[in-house]
Design a protein around this ligand. Structure first.
Ligand SMILES: [Zn+2]
Length: 270
């Protein structure tokens, strides 16, 4: 009897996940319009989106943002990456830059849309305090030169709590609160979940669906394989716990975002 019950529960769960994928496919463009503040009746498709993902290290793009990049690329959005360090903690910067480019190629970001910063004041170091004014000026200059209408980055907990990740959130929040974000550009922060949810793989899709967020990006088995292939491009990082991460992390299946609220625009008075 208990075997039948277990089979019933597993099957129901799989059907539920399937329904979530189906509904997500139908609603993702609507959610994107909502976060971009586009009127629901206005015709918008993915090709109107110019998205910038801002990360701290080579491998952040696939470890944390793969579902988002894959989903946006599928919608024909123009997806760019700004990585604020070469990941030189173990003096492997040159190699890690190459790995990043390979990983991005797997995810669908061409070389021409990748910018990697190498600045002595922005070391790859969890103990380093990155300057908010330096990081925010690098980000806003990049935003202005490419006319992005969507910027996605870490939240205040930075998924792993790494100081370089949280420094980016502080810088983007600073731009938002001081009205320096170019018009019609929305800012989104990647939700950090607790340890339990972080390591229950695709099962977290259910929690991510039920809990409120401004935007959700989900991938199925094909997207998961793509995310895994991108992770495997970072050969210098492939220690045993990375393989566990690939098996267990929800961030290879689902990303959820909150909108970073913006203050009044910084108007110039002549
Ligand atoms: Zn990182």
């Amino acid at each position: 009897m208990s075997v039948y019950l277990a089979v019933f529960i597993v099957l129901s769960f799989m059907v539920w996940i399937k329904c979530i994928y189906y509904r997500h496919r139908k609603n993702v463009v609507k959610s994107l319009k909502h976060v971009m503040n586009v009127l629901p009746n206005r015709d918008t498709n993915g090709a109107d989106i110019r998205a910038l993902i801002v990360t701290a290290h080579p491998d952040d793009e696939c470890m944390f943002f793969a579902p988002t990049i894959i989903q946006l690329v599928e919608l024909n959005a123009s997806v760019h990456l700004l990585c604020l360090s070469e990941g030189n903690y173990y003096n492997q910067g040159a190699q890690r830059k190459q790995e990043l480019r390979k990983s991005c190629a797997v995810l669908g970001i061409p070389d021409s849309r990748i910018a990697i910063v190498d600045h002595r004041k922005l070391p790859d170091d969890p103990k380093a305090e990155w300057s908010v004014s330096l990081v925010s000026s690098l980000i806003v200059n990049h935003m202005r030169s490419h006319s992005f209408n969507m910027v996605l980055t870490f939240d205040g907990s930075g998924v792993s709590g790494h100081a370089n990740h949280t420094a980016i959130y502080k810088a983007v929040s600073h731009l938002a609160s001081t009205g320096q974000v170019p018009n019609e550009c929305c800012l989104l922060s990647l939700v950090t979940v607790g340890l339990f949810r972080k390591y229950i793989s695709f099962l977290d899709i259910l929690f991510s669906w039920l809990l409120p967020s401004s935007l959700r990006c989900l991938v199925g088995s094909q997207g998961y394989r793509q995310a895994t292939d991108a992770m495997l491009c970072h050969r210098t990082q492939l220690l045993w716990f990375r393989y566990l991460y690939i098996i267990l992390s929800r961030y290879l299946f689902v990303n959820t975002f909150h909108i970073i609220p913006q203050g009044p625009k910084n108007l110039k008075i002549y």
